[in-house]
Design a protein around this ligand. Structure first.
Ligand code: IPD
Ligand code: CA
Length: 262
């Protein structure tokens, strides 16, 4: 049984998802003018955040807020905060690629306690609450059971547009590619983590990620029986912007390989 808060989050994600799906259909018509499409997607993104904020703050006016588009707003209740990415996978959305999601997390006393990642294009709703497991459209999720790196698939985000974390990520790839079944770079961190939770990927790491990209996904993986840590042991995956997630058996060898760099 979903809690009242999780139901509020699901309602907000579905409502924003409907608005985004409508805009996604329009994007292809706008591709002729790249700038036009870019501005249109920024508006779609902002409108999705507006919808989510209206729903969440309407239902829980005293909770704090951190959204990708509108930033941080403290709430009367300093222990609770929404972390929201209204459109994760913006570049995919802009290019007409159906791989993007709405991500909403609820943090209580510094810990994520409820999570929703909604992929409207595939109608996949990933949800989790602390201690209650993770689900995809009501089906319980479990991380993969793979034990061998060479049979396993890992996801990451390769930094683009001159970001400083590119050399480290390329070095990660050079160490990982020869000893695994491959690395995927699909461009939506919230879905990368949801897919680790669903056992589709065996692990995920990324350098230089924002808390709203991964907040919901972190709980999905943990509640599906996986591990999530910061890049350095003891470092917060949520706050450091450097994250490693994986299934139970492979987390240790996978993390060892990635941590060789640091
Ligand atoms: C991005 C995606 C991508 C990740 C980037 C994020 P956005 O979020 O999650 O997979 O590699 O670091 O910024 O911009 O599409 O919301
Ligand atoms: Ca994002």
């Amino acid at each position: 049984m979903a809690s009242a808060n999780l139901n509020i989050m699901i309602k907000a994600a579905r409502k924003a998802g409907r608005s985004l799906v409508k805009d996604f259909r329009e994007v292809e018509n706008l591709q002729v003018s790249a700038k036009g499409a870019g501005d249109f997607v920024s508006r779609a993104d902002r409108e999705a955040e507006r919808i989510i904020k209206e729903e969440l703050r309407g239902a829980r006016p005293n909770y704090g807020w951190l959204g990708e588009e509108t930033g941080a707003e403290p709430g009367e209740d300093p222990t609770r905060r929404w972390l929201v990415d209204p459109l994760d996978g913006t570049t995919n959305f802009l290019h007409g690629l159906p791989h993007w999601a709405v991500s909403i997390a609820l943090e209580h006393k510094g810990e994520i306690v409820a999570a929703v990642v909604f992929d409207p294009a595939k109608d996949e709703l990933f949800t989790a609450e602390k201690g209650d497991g993770a689900f995809m459209n009501d089906q319980r999720l479990r991380v993969s059971g793979r034990r061998n790196m060479i049979e396993s698939i890992f996801a990451t985000g390769v930094p683009f547009g001159g970001r400083g974390t590119l050399p480290a990520t390329l070095a990660d790839l050079a160490r990982l590619m020869p000893v695994t079944a491959g690395v995927r770079r699909w461009g939506a961190a919230a879905l990368d983590l949801a897919y680790v939770a669903a056992g589709r990927y065996d692990g995920y790491w990324e350098r230089g990620i924002n808390s709203w990209d991964v907040a919901a996904g972190i709980l999905l993986v943990k509640e599906a029986g996986g591990f999530v840590e910061g890049l350095r042991e003891g470092e917060s995956a949520l706050e450091s912007g450097r994250i490693i997630a994986g299934n139970t058996q492979l987390f240790a060898p996978f993390a060892k390989l990635i941590r060789e760099r640091d």
